[in-house]
Design a protein around this ligand. Structure first.
Ligand code: KIV
Ligand code: NA
Length: 276
């Protein structure tokens, strides 16, 4: 496989070849996902929910994202590693945004950052792009806006909201993002945006017209069941598999069946005698 870059994102769209993206938060999972041939790995701030157990992504800090990004980068050979800029790391000023995005590249080893928001953040996003840091946009249901939205709800269903998302998409392309995540919007709106933009769209809960798809790895492997939105497909049921494995282990430990001979180290009998 070849190294997937921000240029590969554009080439994929230009050649009508769909882009695959998944999240990862640690070395082992990143290595599996990358070796399986994924185009891009996202160190998503969804880790605040599926890794840390918070009810939203808001508590995630810049240092935490950098820590996870370092681990993920060590597992990835070919995929493009994108890391989420957490809540409040780009909301205060352009200067802070550039400095913080820079840390994610310089310390974390990410190759690009993802920032939520359209019209409200396009100037900030442009400043980061101008610092030579590739940015992926993210509009529609932006989870960092959960309090402003009053919950996790599908966006762009009424005319005003659809119009705003459409404006957001155009402004982000102008600001220089290399791709845009469209989250939880009607497929017809995603299709309109995808057709009109030059840059690729990556959908999650945005239908099949997008130029690529992204899912949270814990969701698609069936190992996060706190809540399962309808846009998730479980490609495996690891929850069930892990439960069965853990129960086997518990039973074998209690029965004394584990460890067996093949898991055990031997020593010479005469050495043992000297210890008595
Ligand atoms: O944090 C995340 O995992 C994301 C994806 C769901 C797009 O932003
Ligand atoms: Na995110």
């Amino acid at each position: 496989a070849q190294k997937f870059t921000v240029k590969s994102f554009q080439e994929a769209k230009d050649n009508n070849r769909k882009i695959s993206m998944l999240t990862a938060y640690d070395y082992s999972m990143a290595k599996i996902v990358d070796a399986a041939g994924i185009d891009s790995v996202l160190v998503g701030d969804s880790l605040g929910m599926v890794f840390q157990g918070n009810e939203s992504t808001l508590p995630v800090t810049l240092d935490e994202i950098i820590y996870h990004t370092k681990a993920v980068v060590r597992g990835v050979k070919n995929a493009l590693v994108v890391a989420d800029m957490p809540f409040l790391s780009y909301h205060v000023s352009k200067e802070e945004a550039v400095r913080n995005a820079g840390r994610m590249i310089k310390e974390g080893g990410a190759e690009a950052v993802k920032m939520e928001g359209g019209t409200l953040f396009s100037e900030t996003i442009k400043a980061v792009v101008d610092a030579q840091i590739p940015v992926m946009g993210h509009i529609g249901l932006t989870p960092q806006s959960v309090n402003a939205f009053g919950g996790f709800k599908v966006q762009g269903k009424d005319e005003q909201s659809a119009k705003r998302i459409w404006e957001d998409a155009k402004l982000l392309e102008e600001a220089g993002v290399f791709a845009i995540t469209l989250e939880c919007i009607p497929d017809k709106l995603a299709q309109l945006i995808t057709k009109s933009l030059r840059i690729p769209t990556i959908g999650i809960g945005a239908g099949k017209s997008c130029d690529g798809q992204v899912l949270v790895i814990n969701d698609m492997l069936g190992m996060f069941s706190d809540f399962v939105p309808r846009f998730i497909k479980q490609y495996a049921k690891l929850n069930t598999e892990i439960t069965a494995a853990v129960q086997d282990y518990i039973a074998e430990v209690r029965e004394g069946d584990f460890p067996a001979g093949e898991h055990t180290f031997d020593m010479d009998a005469d050495i043992l005698e000297k210890l008595y």
